[in-house]
Write a protein of this length. Structure first.
Length: 72
């Protein structure tokens, strides 16, 4: 656990984000391509639905967001 003093609520998430990045890096190292493919698929879904703040929803992404995806 690490304490971070900040005025913004987003800065206080820095420790948690660093820990999650470490967990994902370990999973990729231990399980390789299968985990990487699954994370890439999840990121495509997040991007298509404009879940992240850096994503701009385009008309093609909007159409993709409206289609249902099947789970494997």
């Amino acid at each position: 656990v690490a304490a971070i003093d900040a005025n913004s609520p987003f800065d206080t998430l820095a420790t948690a984000v660093a820990q999650m990045e470490t967990v994902f890096a370990h999973a990729l190292e231990g399980h390789g391509a299968g985990v990487r493919k699954r994370i890439e698929d999840i990121e495509k879904i997040r991007s298509a639905n404009a879940v992240t703040l850096d994503t701009v929803l385009s008309s093609s992404a909007d159409d993709a967001a409206k289609t249902k995806t099947t789970r494997k």
